[in-house]
Design a protein around this ligand. Structure first.
Ligand SMILES: NC(=O)C1=CN([C@@H]2O[C@H](COP(=O)(O)OP(=O)(O)OC[C@H]3O[C@@H](n4cnc5c(N)ncnc54)[C@H](O)[C@@H]3O)[C@@H](O)[C@H]2O)C=CC1
Ligand SMILES: N[C@@H](CC=O)C(=O)O
Length: 369
């Protein structure tokens, strides 16, 4: 298998009717926890007879590899490639994509998210686990929405970005399309923090659990994005914007769990500084237990504002009912005025996220057929 230099359009074989278009192909960015699980799922289902678009190429920050052979071997090759010293990412010069192809963003890269609207404008479908498309600056989310309006047949699949594919975004969009108004969204939106506070019973240090959550693939590549509340901020922004409320990131009040020395650490220092979390969280847990409460990291959006932070909730509070990586989200609207609509289920992990990406790919492939 060789590194791709360029991808010219394949020669057309035989006669095609003028309306027949080449089959869409997949181009995967990111071969880490989520990207490699996506490829494994595709190839498992393909082996079981499911019709799926072929891979054109896969890329990470180091190399771009042709995916037309065995994509699992392409992932191994990409993951084993040596680090690159700076410069533009490997796919920028050589992407060779054509309209109707599907780019899957399984990176956490701000640079890649900056390309989403560009690909849509070129008629290339996007499927993303990366929240920095619709969950960062408002101007970027608006550019993505504008590109979709200008190319109505071109799809932006973002179900993996909130709840790792739980039917949260879909439900909000359908309620709004049906004339409803979303008045409130409240819940546990971080799978890793849900898992951490579910497990944190005082028998082990919080920092030890953070390492376990990271190794299990629940956290962001940099776990400070979870611990600092950034990940939940992004998800709340995505949900609020889907509800038709165009908020800027600074509108969200974020209570970070990070002590300053951990927030300022270099990536190489993060692991050793995780212990700095322990004393404060042990005290907050002790206080919560004394009050008959449990710690939950909660995001809330309503007419009064939007906030993210750690709350001590009474044991019987509905948001304490989640287990493991469960996200548990209540949506209040004009339709669901008395009792909120509640959506609960696993909200992090490579398998559920890869499945959400593939669901979006399949929706696009079906629409294109
Ligand atoms: N782990 C989870 O449960 C969930 C993760 N996500 C999202 O999935 C995304 C990926 O997460 P992980 O797989 O855990 O991260 P990871 O750190 O394991 O993998 C990231 C990959 O992106 C590649 N990459 C970075 N910059 C790049 C660039 N400019 N061009 C091409 N490739 C680039 C890296 O080389 C690496 O292969 C993140 O945005 C995360 O928020 C979303 C839902 C759930
Ligand atoms: N790090 C995220 C992964 C899914 O979005 C989380 O903990 O929920």
């Amino acid at each position: 298998m060789s590194t791709v230099v360029s991808l010219p359009l394949p020669a057309r074989r035989g006669a095609r009717s003028p309306v027949q278009r080449p089959a869409p192909r997949l181009a995967l960015l990111g071969t880490g926890t989520v990207g490699s699980a996506f490829v494994a799922r595709c190839e498992r289902l393909r082996a079981q007879g499911m019709a799926l678009p072929a891979f054109a190429w896969l890329s990470n920050s180091r190399v771009l590899v042709n995916g037309e052979g065995d994509p699992r071997r392409a992932v191994e090759e990409a993951r084993a490639a040596p680090a690159r010293a700076g410069g533009r990412p490997p796919w920028v010069e050589n992407e060779g994509l054509r309209s109707d192809d599907i780019v899957i963003d399984a990176t956490a890269s701000d640079g890649v998210a900056g390309w989403h609207s560009e690909w849509l404008a070129r008629g290339i479908h996007m499927v993303t686990a990366n929240k920095l498309g619709n969950g960062a600056d408002l101007a970027r989310a608006q550019a993505i929405a504008a590109a979709q309006r200008e190319r109505p047949g071109v799809h932006y699949g973002d179900s993996a970005t909130v709840g790792a594919g739980l039917p949260l975004l879909r439900s909000i969009r359908e309620l709004v399309a049906g004339g409803d108004r979303i008045r409130m969204i409240e819940g546990v939106l971080s799978g890793s923090l849900a898992w951490l506070f579910d497990r944190y019973d005082g028998s082990r240090a919080f920092s030890e659990l953070v390492r376990e959550a990271r190794d299990a693939g629940f956290t962001e590549p940099d776990p400070r994005d979870d611990l600092g509340g950034e990940d939940v901020r992004r998800k709340l922004l995505i949900l609020a914007r889907a509800a038709g409320v165009p908020l800027e990131p600074h509108a969200v009040q974020v209570e970070s769990l990070l002590p300053e020395a951990l927030a300022q650490a270099t990536p190489a220092q993060v692991d050793e500084r995780l212990v700095l979390l322990d004393a404060d969280l042990a005290e907050r847990r002790r206080q919560a237990c004394a009050d008959g409460a449990q710690l939950r990291f909660v995001g809330r959006f309503d007419d009064d504002g939007i906030s993210v932070g750690l709350r001590a909730l009474p044991d019987a509070h509905p948001l304490c009912a989640g287990r493991g990586t469960d996200n548990l989200v209540a949506i209040g609207s004009c339709r669901y005025r008395e009792q909120p609509l509640v959506i609960r289920g696993p909200g992090a992990g490579a398998e559920v996220t890869a499945a959400a990406l593939l669901d979006d790919v399949l929706r696009i492939a079906r629409a294109a057929a």
